[in-house]
Design a protein around this ligand. Structure first.
Ligand code: SF4
Ligand code: SF4
Length: 166
């Protein structure tokens, strides 16, 4: 666990880790029953969470997981770093089990000590869109969203509120 996280964020991730299986089951059930409402709920809770969540105090996604690098991302980033795309790929990336390019190591090599991104303007699309809970159709990516509950404290709390409303 990333020890620089606040106690609240650490607790949210721990709780989500314990409830991962249960949350997956519940979300799949809700998806079948009322997909439109669940999408809307994700979107409004996302907005609410990120009104107060300061990503620069967290950085857990950049520290513990890798975005997928599409060809367009590789071309843009290698240009940014004035490298050939082949050299960029060889230096920083590997193929994962789904045959997607991901970072060879984490934390991300482009993450600065203050949690800012060294290549922010040219970062991969997956970084721009993370954690995807503001997508119009979140129910299409429920497996990924449940995976993200153990990475992103905001997603952990969003899923917690949808699965176990008070
Ligand atoms: S490229 Fe930037 S935003 Fe993406 S994982 Fe690395 S540090 Fe984070
Ligand atoms: S997106 Fe989530 S995991 Fe990433 S820095 Fe923001 S709160 Fe943390």
């Amino acid at each position: 666990m990333n020890s620089s996280l606040s106690e609240r964020d650490q607790n949210s991730l721990k709780e989500a880790g314990k409830k991962q299986k249960e949350n997956r089951k519940k979300l799949l059930q809700l998806k079948k029953q009322r997909p439109k409402q669940i999408n809307e709920q994700f979107n409004s809770l996302h907005e609410k969470e990120f009104e107060t969540m300061d990503c620069l105090k967290c950085g857990n996604c950049c520290k513990t997981t890798s975005p997928i690098f599409r060809n367009a991302d590789i071309n843009r980033l290698s240009k940014h770093l004035r490298m050939k795309s082949g050299a960029f790929t060889e230096k920083y990336l590997k193929l994962d089990e789904d045959n997607d390019y991901v970072l060879k190591k984490s934390p991300c090599t482009f993450l600065n000590d203050d949690n800012t991104c060294r290549v922010y303007d040219d970062r991969p699309l997956a970084c721009r869109e993370y954690p995807h809970t503001d997508r119009k159709n979140v129910v299409q990516i429920l497996d990924l969203t449940v995976e993200n509950t153990i990475v992103c404290p905001a997603v952990a709390r969003i899923v917690q509120q949808i699965c176990r409303p008070k």
